[in-house]
Design a protein around this ligand. Sequence first.
Ligand code: NAD
Length: 254
Amino acid sequence: SDFPERPTAIVTGAASERGIGRATAHRLARDGWAVAVLDLDGAASEAVAARITEETGMPALGLGVDISDEQAVIDAVARIDAELPQLVGVVNNAGISSPTPFTEVGTEEWKRVFDVNVHGTYFVTREAVKVFRRHSLGRIVNVSSASAERGGGVYGRAAYSGSKAALLGIARTWARELGEYGITANCVAPGSIDTDIMGGRLSDERKTFLLQELPVGRVGTVEDVAGGIAYLLGRDGGYLTGVTLDINGGSHIA
Ligand code: NAD
């Protein structure tokens, strides 16, 4: 059905100050979206939402939700559906990394990575799709990673790469199954983006090494990724589905 004048998007993991999610939430609000900011810390989510409204005039709701908590997700999406304009988009951005080598990673870490990156994405999307189907319109973007395609590399090890690769296959299946309900599903696969997810673990030497072979010759910014997500989510993205947008400065052709 028709794209509403003022759609709403859920952006998970959007409270991190220098993160991809926060930049995406701001970008979407500038593009005319109302936004729901979901992140672990309720106060931080509310603060980001307040700033978005202040800067763009768009409605925004910040909620403290652990996306791996099924009931918390069900309650949050119900609130978003009740309090914000028509829900049209979901950006599955919340994620945790796993820098531990395969020979050392334990069961607990392995399961936590999949709980958040895969199962959390499943809960949020499942609940959003129920709302999308009422309106016969929906847009899903999963934030995967170049490490899903390359088998780790910069920092992601097996659990991380595996969870991010799962998001690629799941999105393509959503694209097939949900198309008849007016729903598209796509991924972005960012390369090295300057955020806090690494917790400062990437040394300057390693950065210099990584940049040597990169055609664009710089580390990516959160705005680089937010722009790609906004395109896939927006009015002009309706004929793209099952696509993975590589936002990596050309690392795959290097
Ligand atoms: P970040 O750590 O700044 O942001 C991740 C956010 O997710 C944080 O705000 C965190 O609180 C939130 N989060 C974590 N677990 C959560 C949970 N259970 N429930 C709700 N929120 C939760 O990192 P970022 O670099 O902005 O990462 C955003 C996404 O981009 C992640 O999925 C990451 O895997 C992906 N990514 C990042 C890069 C990169 O180079 N930075 C590259 C490829 C993909």
